[in-house]
Design a protein around this ligand. Structure first.
Ligand SMILES: *Cc1c(COP(=O)(O)O)cnc(C)c1O
Length: 405
């Protein structure tokens, strides 16, 4: 049976709303995804029926909330085929996860060590490493990209050496949609003894990653990009690394024993989960993965690819329109500009028509510098978008062009 997008759309109440008197066409999925009733209900139910602090209380509510939270951890573990549930650290999101790892490596790096990052990283996968280099004297090197928005892998193989200690790359670029060859990056990095962190924030809505098969050292995602709530996410780390790295924050939950002379830390995963976590968010994160799995990632990928192909070919019919990011392997993200028009002006007119796109540098300024542009208009499609919405976008872009030129 064909992907039943009309039925799926009934799960998302927000898709029925109007914006500026028009039906909302939501094409900013790379920034955040919408939330289905199945997840909203879990959030409401949590505060109506379950709300209590976890891991400490003997009372029934606390135990039930703890069970639901730990069940979510197991769902995340299974989804990513992670070997041990304590290798799943629940964080506030990708940014938090990356900073936790960057901070942890402070004491393991020194001058002359090298860190490689790809040229198409989100700022959250650039700035923490620059800060780490400032603290340790390590040197940051960049894996370059080509005009299509693909990493230049020959250069990567030249850059990596015995001096390389850490390699960072996103699985999918949020600005261009490129799917990066992370298998090759992980294998080559391990050969020289470097650890690899893959930022999976943009991949997670499209690709179900098998983290044991990938053999990656760290993998990060944010729940709000996979139909879950904001403010919660995952850090996967191999047990070896999570045992080795020091805690990131001190506080309640993360200790075994505290005296004024000495504190010993709790076992994994609690060592990295100081303070009261986003309990409701964690439970809803699990529900969001359940929802996406009920649709099936293979079917999602096929359908989103149809949307991508159709939107690409229709947009390219507009004279003067250029798409940035034309990698062979990409997800349903289209970054574009029209000659002589600022992306912000296109975005503003599209909003008047009820169409939500992102304009600007998409937290990836180095990519914009590479193409020598101030930013792009980015339309990013999800499985709940339709071919009709692609038509509305294309008509809207044509209209914007006529008004602005
Ligand atoms: C969204 C995104 C991030 C940041 O995620 P937060 O939820 O804001 O922490 C990092 N990297 C990529 C590739 C992203 O798409």
């Amino acid at each position: 049976m064909r992907f039943n997008v009309e039925r799926i759309r009934t799960d998302f109440p927000i898709l029925n709303r109007e914006v500026n008197g028009k039906s909302l066409v939501y094409l900013d999925n790379a920034a955040t995804s919408q939330t289905p009733n199945q997840v909203i209900d879990v959030i409401v139910d949590y505060y109506r029926r379950l709300n209590a602090n976890i891991h400490r209380g003997v009372h029934t509510l606390s135990q039930e909330a703890t069970d639901a939270y730990e069940e979510a951890r197991i769902k995340i573990q299974k989804h990513f085929n992670i070997a041990k549930s304590h290798e799943v650290i629940l964080t506030s999101g990708t940014t938090h996860s990356i900073n936790l790892v960057a901070s942890g490596f402070s004491s393991y790096l020194s001058k002359d060590d090298e860190i490689l990052v790809s040229a198409m990283e989100h700022h959250s996968n650039i700035v923490p490493w620059q800060m780490l280099c400032e603290r340790t004297g390590a040197v940051l090197k960049v894996i370059p990209m080509n005009q299509n928005g693909e990493l230049v892998m020959e250069d990567f193989h030249k850059l990596i050496s015995e001096r390389t200690k850490l390699v960072f790359c996103n699985h999918v670029s949020n600005a261009l949609g490129t799917i990066n060859p992370i298998e090759e990056i992980i294998k080559a990095s391990h050969k020289v003894g470097a650890a690899v962190l893959v930022d999976g924030a943009q991949a997670a809505p499209h690709i179900k990653a098998d983290l044991q098969a990938l053999d990656v050292d760290f993998y990060t995602i944010s729940a709000h990009k996979v139909c879950g709530p904001t403010g919660v996410g995952m850090l996967y780390g191999k047990e070896f690394w999570l045992k080795k790295l020091p805690p990131y924050q001190g506080g309640g939950e993360m200790i075994a024993e505290v005296t004024f002379d000495k504190t010993t830390y709790a076992d994994l995963p609690h060592k990295f989960e100081a303070g009261t976590p986003n309990i409701c968010g964690g439970i809803a994160f699990g529900a969001a993965l359940d929802y996406m799995n009920s649709l099936g990632f293979d079917d999602i990928a096929v359908y989103e690819h149809e949307l991508l192909e159709y939107a690409t070919s229709e947009l390219l019919k507009i004279e003067g329109l250029k798409i940035y990011g034309t990698a062979k392997n990409k997800t349903s993200v289209i970054s574009f500009n029209i000659e002589h028009i600022h992306p912000y002006d296109i975005g503003t007119i599209l909003d008047k028509l009820g169409i939500a796109v992102r304009t600007g540098h998409h937290c990836a300024q180095p990519i914009m510098d590479f193409y020598k542009i101030p930013g792009t208009v980015r339309a990013s499609f999800s499985f709940y978008n339709t071919m009709e919405e692609v038509d509305v976008l294309v008509e809207g872009v044509k209209r914007a062009k006529n008004m602005l030129l």
